[in-house]
Design a protein around this ligand. Sequence first.
Ligand code: GUN
Length: 289
Amino acid sequence: MLIDGTAIAAEVRAEVASGVETFRQRRGRVPVLRVVLLGDNPASQSYVRAKKRAAEEVGIDAETLLKPADMSQSAMLALLAELNEAPNVDGILVQLPLPDHIDEGAIIRALDPAKDVDGFHPENVGKLVLGDDTLEPCTPAGIVEMLKRSNVETSGAHAVVVGRSNIVGKPMASLLLRRGLDCTVTVCHSRTRNLAEITRQADILVAAIGRAEFVTADMVREGATVIDVGINRVEDLTRERGYRLVGDVDFEAVREKAAAITPVPGGVGPMTIAMLLANTLTAAQRRTA
Ligand code: GUN
């Protein structure tokens, strides 16, 4: 089975659009999202454009604040303070990665946790681990929605997460472990010994390594559910833009063994954006409750 992220994301977006309309009728305004992007990284620019367009499609007021790559950290902190204070701003997203001269941790800690629609602030990360209500990081939250809406059995399943980033791997592990999902969770990374031996035990395998087609068929158990978080550009001169997108999974080989698998593109990516919209609506509802 192919898990169609585009179709599931469309369902989530329709639900958010209806929530935004109810919010508008009750509050007399729409949720407001501000996206901050430093510099001109082409991948970041394309993600930010997609986020803004998707937000507008569900009726969220979205603006991108494009800043030069050499913006100072203090200027950036001043901008965030302004957005934190602005009564009409519900959600703030700082697109990562940031240029090297900026301390990413300091920027994330400067966000008002109530407006942190990425769920990266330590307060929100703490709540996630405790199982409290919070704004959940969009990519892992989107994966949970995909698993639920595709009726993948999670209770007691062995979930193996490959990758330990703060954006995907760590919050993914916390969510899968939670009451309600109830997975047995193993987290692997670049230093893991006998990686293939561990991934072959996975009922649910989440690949978030950031290396093109890293997960090969011999690493996957027959009948597993495979979630591919990777978005890697590989050179392809037959394409007009000169590259194609591939995941962290060798899709054509692994699909023969997996019971269910997400494609790239059209898998996790659209879900990440849909969950950002859901988080923006949630932030607006909680701020005005
Ligand atoms: N860069 C890659 N993924 C993400 C994400 O989910 N949020 C932000 N802000 N930046 C990212």
